[in-house]
Each structure stands twice: as structure tokens, then as C-alpha cells.
Design a protein around this ligand. Structure first.
Ligand code: CTP
Length: 399
């Protein structure tokens, strides 16, 4: 995937620095090479020896190390990579980058480089939200520096909120999206994901339990294989896939417009749990309780079927159109009928009965149905299901 691409990995000093070691391992496993640079604070959390052992490369730490200058000057080092990755990017490193400091090796490399930079911030939630840090991040984004994360969650300091380093897998996805090549390089793939929200009035809506996890995982897996991915998503809980072009929508109508605008595509995967109905006359003002206590009657009308609209014979029909079938009974029979009705090439069927724990869960058990029959895959993580599906898609598009 990374085929010899070189990453200059700058490791800042934060508790998340230990994850940089896992990132080095993942980059190498994906075929890339890593030159680690540890800041002075970074060395308090990760030793040069462990970074060097995992990278199988020399580690750089000191701007004034004359041996290094004799071997490779800092200017050359800064330009020797295809991508500079800063992980973890601490508040201090971000401030230095935003203000053009060059008083140690890491900041000097970042000032001298002419290669693209990707940063993965990690810090305490209050530090992340501090106006000074937010100003610095905005400056860097305006300068064209890409950012992955931070994630939201429990932090080492005992607080909760945004500031956790993105998972190494997600940082790898972001790297691959910038540098990677694979069997889907040059292909455009459209993915719909998440639930849709159909308004009742300005404060209430009809929704469903889809977390968007399977759709996000599929988009990530496609990015890893080199595809250009347009990810049209309803309001989902799952983190957005790194490296995809994200198009957020609320309603089925908006999703259809976004899908039409994203075409043409080589393949389209409809993983969204689109609400079948919308409230016919959603009001602009909040519906009030009446004195009689009689609840309002909601008249529903059917939403457009986005999958069926794209799958029917039309000029810009993608070569491969894949639907999902969320079923609770007679899964294979219902899904097979759905494939015929919606005229898609494959249907990925899954049992969403509550006892399976699939809807909103981390695992999935699917049966892929195409014109030749049904193929049941063993229950696996949504990430593994996504990777297997992405590789089947790559094979089909190669034919
Ligand atoms: N789908 C869509 N637009 C809709 C409804 C569904 O694009 N308005 C897509 C889904 O993304 C999925 C497939 O159609 O790929 C099947 O969705 P599912 O909810 O299983 O089927 P429904 O069409 O809603 O049929 P039913 O409710 O009868 O099971």
C-alpha cells in the first residue's frame, strides 16, 4: 500500500507517544519506511532505542549533533520524506509550528520542509479547547497542514473530551490516503452511511439505531486500497473515515441529492439505513401540546429509494452497485428478493434482530448475494467485513 514511501515521523512529548511505536509498526507493515525524530520531551515517553528498533532506522533527536550534520543536514532530512507526520502533536509543538519557531530539531525540520505535513494532535481536553490552541490549529489548517483527530474519550489525566490521539490505524489510513497506491487507485467509489433524520418539527425527528460503523469501515478499507471515496453520511455516531471526501446530510432527500451530485463513480455502496418515511408536513415551528391532551397525528410519506434510483439503467450507473439488506426474518430470501427489486449487483444481507447485537455493535455477520448465489461470511469485526468487501470490490472492478 505504501510501497517504499518514506515517512518522517516527529514524536512529541505526551503520554500518547507510546502509540507512535505502534504507528511505526503499522507503516512498515503497509510497506512504508519510517525515519523517527524524537523531541526532547518525546524522549521522556519513548526511548530512541525502541523507535529505532521498530523502524530499523537511525533515530534523530538533536539539531546540533555534528555527526548527523556530516551524514545528513537537517535541511536534507526535512526533505528526504514523502510525508512528514507529527504524532503526537502536542500543544507546544502545534504552537511552535503555527508561529514558525525553529529552536530544536523537530521545529526546524517542520520550518525547513517542503513536503506535505500531517499532524495528529494529542493533549488534555482543556488544552485542546483553549482559544490559543484553537487559533494555532486554525492557522496550521489554513497553511495546508492536514489534521487527523483528536478523538473524544477518556484521557490519561482522568478527564473526558476531545484530545486523545487518533488511533494508529486511523493515522495510517490518513497517511495511505495521501501516499498510498493499491488496486483501487484511480477509481472513484461512493459510500452512503449512517441513519437519516427526518424532521417532525424544528426540534424533533424520526431516526433509527444505525451507528454508521459498517459504512465508515467500508470507506476506510476502500481508501486503503487506493480509491477516491465520497462518503455521504447521515448523522452517525461512528468517526468519519480518514482520507475520504465527507458529505454530511440529514434527510433521505438530501442524501439522494448528494449521491446524484457525487456521480459518476466506478462503484457505489449503499450502507446507509435510510428512513423509509418522512413526515409529510414537517412544521417550521415546534408542535405544542393541546389543551385536550390529544396527540398530533403524523402523516408519513415515502422517501425516495436512493439505491433503486442509482441502480436502475441510467447513463451514469456505476459499474458495480451494492446494497445492504437489514432484515430480521428470512434474511436470505428477503435479501435475494430485495436484490432483484432494487436491481443492484450485490446485496450484503445482515440479520439486525436485537439479539444479534449487530445494529450499533462492533461485529457483523453478512451474506453477500450476487447473480451467482449467496456466500455467507463468518461473523467478524466490522473492520474485517469491510476489508473483505473492499477486496471483493477491487477484484470485480479489475475484471
Ligand atoms: N435504501 C436506500 N434508500 C431508501 C431505503 C433504502 O438507498 N429510501 C438502501 C439502503 O441503503 C440499503 C438497501 O436500500 O442498501 C436496503 O435497505 P433496507 O432498509 O434493508 O430495505 P428497505 O428498502 O427499507 O426495505 P424494507 O423496509 O421493506 O426491508
Amino acid at each position: 500500500m505504501l510501497n517504499g514511501k518514506r515517512i518522517l515521523l516527529i514524536v512529541g512529548g505526551g503520554i500518547a507517544a507510546f502509540k507512535a511505536l505502534e504507528l511505526i509498526r503499522l507503516i512498515r507493515k503497509a510497506g512504508g519506511a519510517v525515519t523517527p525524530v524524537l523531541t526532547q520531551a518525546g524522549q521522556e515517553f519513548v526511548t530512541p532505542l525502541s523507535a529505532s528498533a521498530l523502524a530499523a532506522e537511525k533515530v534523530y533527536t538533536d539539531l546540533f549533533d555534528l555527526t548527523d550534520e556530516a551524514e545528513m543536514g537537517h535541511i536534507e532530512l526535512s526533505r528526504s520524506a514523502d510525508l512528514v507526520v507529527v504524532a503526537p502533536a502536542t500543544a507546544d509543538l502545534i504552537a511552535k509550528m503555527a508561529n514558525g519557531h525553529a529552536n530544536d530539531l523537530a521545529s526546524t525540520l517542520l520550518m525547513a520542509t517542503d513536503t506535505p505535513v500531517l499532524m495528529a494532535p494529542a493533549m488534555n481536553v482543556r488544552m485542546w479547547l483553549h482559544p490559543a490552541n484553537q487559533r494555532n490549529v486554525a492557522t496550521l489548517e489554513a497553511d495546508g497542514i492536514a489534521c487527523v483527530g483528536p478523538d473524544e474519550g477518556d484521557m490519561a489525566c482522568g478527564e473526558f473530551g476531545p484530545g486523545r490521539l487518533a488511533e494508529p490505524e486511523a493515522i495510517l489510513d490518513a497517511i495511505i490516503a495521501r501516499l498510498g497506491e493499491g488496486p483501487l487507485t484511480g477509481k472513484h467509489v461512493l459510500v452512503t452511511s449512517g441513519p437519516t433524520h427526518e424532521p417532525i418539527d424544528p426540534v424533533r425527528y424520526i431516526a433509527n439505531r444505525s451507528s454508521g460503523a459498517q459504512g465508515s469501515a467500508i470507506a476506510s478499507a476502500l481508501v486503503r486500497l487506493g480509491a477516491r471515496v465520497t462518503f455521504v453520511t447521515g448523522p452517525a455516531d461512528a468517526p468519519h473515515p480518514q482520507g475520504a471526501n465527507i458529505v454530511p446530510v440529514q434527510t433521505a432527500d438530501e442524501m439522494l441529492s448528494a449521491v446524484n451530485a457525487a456521480l459518476p463513480a466506478d462503484a457505489a455502496i449503499f450502507a446507509a439505513a435510510v428512513a423509509d418515511w418522512r413526515v409529510e408536513s414537517a412544521t417550521d415551528s415546534k408542535i405544542k401540546k393541546t389543551k385536550t391532551g390529544k396527540p398530533p397525528a403524523l402523516k408519513l410519506s415515502e422517501n425516495p429509494d436512493i439505491l433503486a434510483t442509482v441502480a436502475r439503467k441510467r447513463k451514469d450507473r456505476p459499474k458495480l452497485v451494492i446494497g445492504f439488506a437489514a432484515e430480521t426474518d428470512d434474511v436470505i430470501a428477503n435479501a435475494t428478493a430485495k436484490r432483484a427489486r432494487k436491481k443492484c449487483d450485490w446485496i450484503v444481507a445482515n440479520d439486525v434482530s436485537p439479539e444479534t447485537g449487530i445494529m450499533g455493535g462492533t461485529e457483523n455477520a453478512v451474506t453477500v448475494i450476487d447473480k451467482d448465489g449467496a456466500e455467507s461470511w463468518p461473523r467478524a469485526s466490522k473492520t474485517d467485513v469491510a476489508r473483505r468487501l473492499a477486496s471483493r470490490i477491487a477484484d470485480a472492478l479489475a475484471k
